[in-house]
Design a protein around this ligand. Structure first.
Ligand SMILES: NC(=O)C1=CN([C@@H]2O[C@H](COP(=O)(O)OP(=O)(O)OC[C@H]3O[C@@H](n4cnc5c(N)ncnc54)[C@H](O)[C@@H]3O)[C@@H](O)[C@H]2O)C=CC1
Ligand SMILES: O=C([O-])CC(=O)C(=O)O
Length: 340
């Protein structure tokens, strides 16, 4: 055979074996709030994910443009845009994962809880539709305040009799992403090698990075360094809000973190073993009904909620200090869902 023919035959074989090896299950991912600051780059990143076969982009405005734009990228996922409430059902039907970055972001001087009044209602409506149109989907909740929006979602699903605690996740991956970056910078270790669990919740002192469990371990950091790293991780969102000076909160790093977490969920669904990420889930790790910790992901969502491991005295104190605020935020979400 001529070398050029041999080359094209082997290229074809490689392509064939690639496409049969990639024989992954078809997976539909829906993004609600897809035209927003997080939604747009997250749509881009999910379009690039080879595990996604269908990408459904929903928002109350702007999705036709985002969908047309993203759909021109030459990756396998088929993209469709949906706009307005009458298209929400179609957007959701058949979804394996629904990612929710819908709602208003903070401005300087606000806490995440200041977003409650607007975002609680948005999340409630979207979760009512999820219960109706794709009750078996894994829900990745990004909308703030996560410490309350996840309990709201749980109550809405309970009312619709579709609740399965294995399928509801508050996305706290950005806290992990930040903890890894800040630790690597301070400990002077390669950032791509770093792992740091972050537990608790997703607001201020409820964010508790466990630097005593960070890998690669280092003894180069003093107690003061650890305190400063903890504070920077807890205030990471505010750092971005202030730097953006009224133009919103973290969008690009959040889109990255959201894509990392959704990819982990997809791998778990597809049966890839040993997929572990931190997430805010229904939990018995502490006395609080929801808590972020390491979670093992599997074919049905949460396979196992992992414990906290050994904590330093500083972390033990942080854990006790966060419980009051986290409990109040959880209860606020539950009360809202049942009274509105
Ligand atoms: N979990 C986390 O770590 C993080 C959470 N966030 C939160 O994510 C949310 C979104 O932030 P951004 O994208 O920056 O805001 P944004 O304002 O840029 O985008 C929000 C999008 O949601 C859409 N939206 C509003 N109501 C909707 C509804 N009923 N259905 C569907 N879409 C609707 C808007 O049209 C807009 O396109 C905020 O609540 C923010 O606090 C932000 C960063 C990190
Ligand atoms: O700080 C905010 O409002 C947005 C957010 O949750 C984060 O960046 O962690």
């Amino acid at each position: 055979m001529r070398p050029s023919l041999m080359r094209s035959a082997s290229q074809l074989l490689r392509r064939r074996s690639y496409s049969s090896a990639s024989g992954q299950p078809e997976r539909k991912v829906a993004i609600l709030g897809a035209a927003g600051g997080i939604g747009q780059p997250l749509s881009l990143l999910m379009k690039l994910n080879p595990l996604v076969s269908s990408l459904s982009l929903y928002d109350i405005a702007g999705t036709p443009g985002v969908a047309a734009d993203v759909s021109h990228i030459n990756s396998p996922a088929q993209v469709k845009g949906f706009m307005g409430e009458d298209q929400l059902g179609e957007a959701l039907k058949g979804s394996d994962i629904v990612i929710i970055p819908a709602g208003v972001p903070r401005k300087p001087g606000m806490t995440r809880d200041d977003l409650f009044n607007i975002n609680a209602g948005i999340v409630k409506n979207l979760c009512t539709a999820i219960a109706k149109y794709c009750p078996y989907a894994l829900v990745n909740m990004i909308s703030n305040p996560v410490n309350s929006t996840v309990p709201i979602a749980a109550e809405i699903f309970k009312k619709a009799r579709t609740y399965d605690e294995k399928r509801l996740f508050g996305v706290t991956t950005l806290d992990v992403v930040r903890a890894k970056t800040f630790y690597a910078g301070k400990a002077n270790v390669p950032v791509t090698d770093v792992n740091v669990p972050v537990v608790g919740g997703h607001a201020g002192i409820t964010i508790l990075p466990l630097f005593s469990q960070a890998t690669p371990a280092t003894n180069a950091l003093s107690d003061e360094d650890i305190k400063a790293l903890t504070k920077r991780t807890q205030d990471g969102g505010t750092e971005v809000v202030e730097a953006k000076a009224g133009k919103g909160s973290a969008t690009l790093s959040m889109a990255y973190a959201g894509a990392v977490f959704a990819n982990a969920c997809l791998k778990g669904l597809n049966g890839v073993p040993d997929i572990i990420e931190c997430s805010f889930v229904q939990s018995t790790v502490t006395e609080l009904p929801f808590f972020a910790s390491k979670v093992k992901l599997g074919k049905n969502g949460v396979e196992e909620v992992l414990g906290l491991g050994e904590l330093s005295d500083f972390e033990k104190e942080g854990l006790e200090n966060l419980k009051g605020e986290l409990k109040a935020s959880i209860e606020k979400g539950i009360k809202f869902a049942n009274e509105n």
